[in-house]
Design a binder for this molecule. Structure first.
Ligand code: ADP
Length: 574
């Protein structure tokens, strides 16, 4: 396999025998000051932590090390190997000699407590409370009670049974009375299962059978159809920290189709009513070329958004609604999540759009599937993993060194500009971009016509110019910060400022291991606005930045969000 190592990997030193400055070295997050505390396996001695200034340029450096288990998606391993990482070898390496542990299942609290400053875990403790269907329903119901129906009306009416059985029956008959002879539609889903297992769609209460904890939900019977097929969106969300709360959304994703035409006359046909690809890939029509949808059962999100644009849909408004929904959902769980650093969480949000273009949250997935079942999966998920790695370093700067890097995807510069405090400034376009990822691999030649086309689509910044721009900015900022210590949120006002909470932290606390595990200072700088296709959606202005630093002031955040939503809606109307 051809490798194209990260700059960071190249600068990961094997020897500590020299001292010299490397001002231009782009630092990873504080929790990832890997070489600083990296053990030298030859001597089994923990190296003396080095300061940023201690680094010498051009040193021969050790690759970073990832740890996986049997359940880790293969694409994670292949991306990391491709980036020049080494796989952790339990037999021959010290138990602490790894930098990223990625697995599907959660980590024990002890593993979180013992995580070292140079290590990262791909799960945050306590996040399963959002991803069990009944827990999600409870959290959202709680928020609805506290902050109002209107803000949290993006989930279908939900009952947890058996607990809410009586309430459900009352609602069922109330609705039947209102509708008269017209049927009502419901969906019943096991609270703990995934991939469409055990789900029934029903109209007649006599068809409701349950044995265990289930959620019964209003069935969205007017979905937005493509061709005549139902679909839902898989939106990837990466929470880089709950304290302070930092949420990124991925501008590419999947649209998953049912493979039989939507038909309310036949509720038993899972291929028409459920959009899970685990179900539809075994459907009789999976391989058929279906009306508008084509072959298979997946599109990229960007393809779906261009399809919407062709129908004159306000796709930007839709995308903003989705982002708001993500923030509101994560806010619902954030207070119950324990403090832990050096970890992140990738969620898969399942969102259904109805024929009024209203997005509905169906569920939030823990360890969203990263299996590669088709070419759409390959293009989306490989890039996703690359961008997660970028995200856990710094703003994707290391990719500059790659010989064949991907074209710059729409240059997602999101920052909080003067005069637009309550609005994400997204230049030029925050929506899912016109897909550049139709390639099975990022290893692509510049002479490839597809790459040239892609470059033409998104020519705003080249990687080189971006890198130069960002490095210059960072150097200026670091110099300025050293000269004066202003309250940190002041940095918010600077136009196009891309501050890293990590760079400054690296200098002040290179190897803190005490206290709550991890190293991210509570009063950190504003997080990076993007990494690859991940764009920062929270905090989204100075007020939310402040309200999420020292404890989470949800009330304040909700006020800001409400203002933002009102503004977006009034713009949408004009
Ligand atoms: P699972 O975890 O088993 O995938 P989901 O809640 O994601 O469970 O539901 C599976 C599929 O069922 C969704 O992808 C969607 O197509 C359909 N679905 C779920 N809830 C609803 C609903 N309330 N209205 C319409 N369709 C739904």
């Amino acid at each position: 396999m051809q490798r194209y190592p990260d700059i960071w990997t190249l600068q990961h030193r094997a020897s500590s025998s020299y001292v010299g400055p490397t001002v231009s070295v782009v630092r990873p997050p504080v929790g990832l000051i890997w070489e600083l505390g990296h053990r030298d396996t030859r001597t089994s001695q923990k190296r003396k932590p080095l300061k940023v200034e201690d680094e010498a340029p051009g040193a021969a450096l050790k690759p970073l090390v990832f740890r996986v288990d049997e359940g880790t998606p293969r694409v994670v391993q292949s991306v990391l190997l491709e980036r020049g990482w080494d796989k952790f070898d339990e037999q021959h390496q010290d138990m602490e000699d790894w930098n990223l542990y990625w697995r599907n299942s959660s980590f024990r609290m002890a593993e979180h407590v013992n995580v070292k400053p140079w290590q990262r875990l791909n799960h945050h403790p306590g996040t399963t409370t959002l991803t069990r269907k009944d827990c999600l329903a409870k959290h959202l119901a709680h928020m609805r009670r506290l902050y109002g129906e209107t803000l949290y009306e993006f989930t279908p009416l939900t009952f947890i049974i058996p607990n809410d059985y009586t309430k459900f029956i009352a609602e069922y008959f109330k609705e039947k009375q209102v509708l008269g002879t017209k049927p009502t539609y419901w969906i019943c889903k096991p609270a703990e299962l995934s991939r469409g297992r055990g789900i029934i769609v029903f109209s007649d209460i006599r068809d409701l059978i349950f044995n265990g904890t289930y959620v019964v939900q209003k069935y969205i019977c007017n979905p937005f159809l493509v061709g005549r097929y139902k679909c839902d969106l898989r939106i990837y969300v990466c929470v880089m920290g709950f304290k302070p709360l930092t949420i990124y959304v991925y501008r590419e994703g999947l649209v998953r189709f049912a493979t039989e035409k939507f038909d309310l006359g036949n509720l038993k046909d899972s291929y028409a009513h459920l959009t899970n690809s685990s179900i539809n890939k075994s459907g009789a029509s999976y391989q058929k070329i279906k009306e508008v949808v084509g072959q298979g059962c997946k599109w990229t999100l960007s393809r779906f958004f261009s399809y919407l644009r062709n129908w004159d849909v306000d796709d930007l408004l839709l995308w903003r609604k989705i982002n708001n929904m993500v923030i509101l959902t994560v806010l619902a769980m954030a207070p119950s999540v324990p403090i832990a650093y050096n970890c992140f969480e990738l969620f898969g949000f399942d969102i259904l759009i109805d024929d009024n273009l209203k997005p509905w949250l169906l569920e939030v997935n823990y360890s969203p599937a990263l299996s590669l079942d088709c070419s759409t999966d390959v293009s989306v998920k490989r890039s996703l993993v690359h961008d997660i790695i970028e995200l856990i370093y710094l703003n994707g700067l290391r990719r500059e060194e790659k010989k064949c890097s991907r074209a710059s995807p729409g240059s997602s510069k999101v920052s909080f500009a003067r005069g637009e405090k309550c609005e994400l400034r997204t230049a030029p376009d925050p929506r899912p971009y016109v897909s550049l990822m139709q390639f099975a691999s990022r290893k692509c030649s510049n002479t490839n016509p597809a790459v040239q086309r892609a470059n033409n689509v998104c020519p705003k910044h080249t990687r080189t110019s971006l890198l130069r721009e960002m490095m210059t900015r960072q150097r200026i900022l670091l110099t300025r910060e050293a000269a004066k210590s202003k309250p940190r949120f002041k940095a918010w006002h600077a136009p196009r400022k891309v501050l890293s909470p990590y760079t400054s932290g690296a200098q002040s606390q290179p190897h803190r291991t005490k206290g709550p595990v991890g190293v991210l200072p509570e009063t950190a700088y504003a997080p990076n606005d993007h990494a690859g296709n991940f764009v920062l959606i929270f905090p989204f202005n100075e007020a939310t930045f402040g309200a999420s630093r020292n404890g989470l002031n949800i009330k304040r955040i909700i006020q800001e969000l409400q203002k933002l939503i009102n503004k977006q809606l009034s713009r949408g109307k004009n």
